[in-house]
Design a binder for this molecule. Structure first.
Ligand code: ZN
Ligand code: ZN
Length: 105
């Protein structure tokens, strides 16, 4: 899965890998920054337009931080149509660049 970048608000820009003890986030495909919050955790929300044709709603991703690195991302579906799908920017498909996971995790 992929989530919305909280820094540049590009949809599907952060690749999320789920593993046994949480998630690993990859840097944004566009601004190359990690979704981080400093210094003591909390939540951070970001929204992107809904992918449903003619829908003007928004999809929201909520990042939960215990430390400065997000440990959970929750997608809130479009309030207008209920779809969880964001409109993917043309420039990220069909080919995505490869990134290595954050070495600090
Ligand atoms: Zn970004
Ligand atoms: Zn919608």
């Amino acid at each position: 899965m992929a989530s919305i970048c909280p820094n540049c608000h590009t949809a599907e820009a952060i690749a999320v890998l789920e593993n046994g003890d949480g998630i690993s986030l990859f840097p944004c495909l566009f601004c190359t920054r990690y979704p981080r919050q400093t210094p003591h955790g909390g939540t951070r929300e970001c929204s992107a337009p809904c992918a449903t044709p003619h829908c003007t709603g928004w999809i929201t991703d909520v990042y939960y931080f215990r430390t400065e690195i997000a440990e959970h991302v929750e997608r809130q579906p479009c309030k207008a149509c209920g779809s969880p799908k964001t409109k993917e920017p043309e420039s990220t498909s069909p080919r995505r660049r490869q990134f290595t996971p954050d070495p600090r995790r």
